[in-house]
Design a protein around this ligand. Sequence first.
Ligand SMILES: CC(C)(COP(=O)(O)OP(=O)(O)OC[C@H]1O[C@@H](n2cnc3c(N)ncnc32)[C@H](O)[C@@H]1OP(=O)(O)O)[C@@H](O)C(=O)NCCC(=O)NCCS
Length: 171
Amino acid sequence: MNLVTVLPGEILPQEYFDVRYEVLRKPLGSPRGSELLTDDDKAIHAYISIDTKIVAVGRIALIAGDGSVKDPVGSNCPAFEPLSTSTASGLRPAVQVRQMGTLPEFQGKGFAAKVLTALEETAKKNWNAHTGWLQARITAIPFYEKCGWTAYGEDYDVNKVGPHRSMWKKL
Ligand SMILES: CC(C)(COP(=O)(O)OP(=O)(O)OC[C@H]1O[C@@H](n2cnc3c(N)ncnc32)[C@H](O)[C@@H]1OP(=O)(O)O)[C@@H](O)C(=O)NCCC(=O)NCCS
């Protein structure tokens, strides 16, 4: 098993995006290209390969505003409310985890947890990140809770993806 961390601006293998598409976009019926996010070159990425095959991926990026996002697939994600308040300065630098995915046949082996830990640690080291935020698919909440994240607020529907809940973690 090989864990690779890719810093902002560094080249990612095409296979990284192939895995992201297979796990996160294809099951939604979204077209090829929908797996690419406009700020991927500003994010930190991590992936795990086994015998040169990439099996798990994820990314983390600095949150400049309140975290609200519009995806290429047309999904509107609401803001992380605590980052909208005037007392949010103690929470920053804040970072957002997105696009965590493990190929189905490799799930349940601890790979995503290793990817997430690498993202958190690299964001702390490179950006002095204080808090992490994410919008979890309801089905993925138990995974993030195992990794020390806390869900808060009500569920909300993300267009074309399904029900989500916001989660956060002090890094
Ligand atoms: C969520 C996902 C990334 C987890 O990947 P994974 O590689 O299987 O996760 P890990 O094996 O590292 O799991 C770490 C821990 O969380 C637990 N866990 C993972 N998924 C779980 C689930 N759906 N329900 C309950 N526990 C879960 C594991 O059992 C493990 O617990 P342990 O430490 O006690 O053994 C993967 O299921 C996936 O790709 N899902 C589809 C895409 C998706 O929903 N991505 C997240 C979008 S927000």
